[in-house]
Design a protein around this ligand. Sequence first.
Ligand code: PEP
Ligand code: MN
Length: 625
Amino acid sequence: MILVLNKDITKDQKGHIRNTLQDKGCFVREAEDAGRNIIGALGKSNLDVAFLKSLPGVEAITPITTPFKLASRQWHSADTLAPIGNVLVGGERIVIVAGPCAVESLDQALTIAREVKRYGAVVFRGGAFKPRTSPYSFQGLEEDGLKILAEVREQTGLPVVTEITSVAQADVMMKYVDAVQVGARNMQNFELLKCVGRMGKTVVLKRGLAATIEEWLMSAEYIMSEGNDRIILCERGIRTFEPYTRNTLDLSAIPVLKKLTHLPVMIDPSHATGIREKVSPMARAAIAAGADALMIEVHHDPDHALSDGPQSLYPKQFGQLTRDIYVIAPVVGKQLDFDYLDKAASTAKWQDTNGHSPQRIAFLGELGTFSHKASLQYFGELMDAAPKLNFRSIFEAVKSGEAAYAVIPLENSLSGSIHENYDLLLEYDLEIVGEITLRIVHYLIGCPGTRLEDIQRVISAGPAVQQCRQFLDRFPDWKIVTVNATASAVREINSSEGSSDAAIGSKEAADIFGMDVIEEGIETNPMNFTRFAVIAAGPGSRKAARKSSLVYSVGNQPGALYETLKIFQENHINLVKLESRPIHGRPWQYMFYADLEADVRSTEFSPILNDLKSKTDFLKVLGSY
Ligand code: PEP
Ligand code: MN
């Protein structure tokens, strides 16, 4: 049972409610959910609803209809983020955990850790206490294995996770690792569940070999009831009658869990299939189905692995898999970030030197815009959102130092360039330090109950309207009103009376404002992507850049532009974008914006840059990233 409290409840009233519930034998939990203060009365099913509702300070009573309570979406509606070191599982970015089945030696663990890190893993796994089917099989290096894991973290910066098989290991686990795993065979070892609940470290809770989803969530409830809500549910295949694969991967568990619980979902296709060549297809499917994270067994010499060699990927295969995931993730609204750990480290450093204040990131509009989503996917959930009303104030915020970075849209694959930002990049002395591409899916959003036939007016941002042109053309009577950001449009219909207004915006915006989705995917073509640039006051990381942006103008003589392009051709430099913009105040003269696949700040590029300067009237490097 959830008791929703009045906003102005007094301390005494709250104390009285807590005592009353405790007297009735309830476990009492207080929390905040979706801006509401709530108290959970857990463990008793025969409570008198009318009586509870009559308690001073209680606004409403809502039942939790599932046997798992704290793990349910009814108790906590937003997604929970579970930290492993600096990595957050469950947010906008896919987390990949990789490593060998078992830690065999420092050399083996370090070799594999370096490989998987290079290919995009952000957490290292490796068993030190191995629950083996046979007592004669390798049982793990035990505490020495944990020490190796700590050394791997020290040398690579990868946080580490390992399996805990007994309550007696709690102290050494606390000492050496970032997260603990409760293995499939221990999913219903209730003493161990209570123990990891008390430890407070993030728990990767594997699904039991023959456990139902409900039993699995009840195990999560055990951990949560001890006060630890840092849990990642890991599906690793269940026993079925099918002997061809080691287990059967229950992919449908992903959407089922997403509905039932707020806890993040990880998929382990290695133990699920037991066969190397089946691992990558299942991993790709898992991401497409909405998994937050993957756990993959990788070994540099699987033929000699002490356990699970046949299901371990070679590092190269793992690298191919992460490249695939990088492409798939945006299709389902997520991102695989190959710079995750570097960004996390610089965020942590920033917070240390700035008294734990998170980095401020400026973007257009308000929470729930695509720019906000792009910012979250680039900087992670710990960023401090600084929404701005227009693009110029975004540039001003970065210039003045009010924001450390900004995320601005540059072009969309359906509606083209956002010209204003190209002009502002020229005007301001800021640098492009990164980029991120988002798939844009538009929703027609209305107040609850609004039907398509009720609509008379549609509000959205200009580019969104353009991207939905074909859909809007089906309703020529609709009046179209543009505002500066999609989320502002959703806010506007939220506060407007009547149900003849609709907005075009993101699913996130519909959720934030509690609006209904009337139509889904109304963009003219599903291949609808927006590329955002990340800008800062100074140059980005010193790491070799893959891409650079330049802006230049050339004289008004025949072949002047060609002369510059020839330089790229002769030096085998791939030009990925060329855009011209009128020069303000000089009619019929143009600036050329070029994106190159090269690091123009590198020493090798310096003669090319000089050559380019000699063939242009004006040249500015906008950034290398
Ligand atoms: C493991 O991850 O090494 C492991 C033993 O997994 P499971 O508990 O899923 O069998
Ligand atoms: Mn294994």
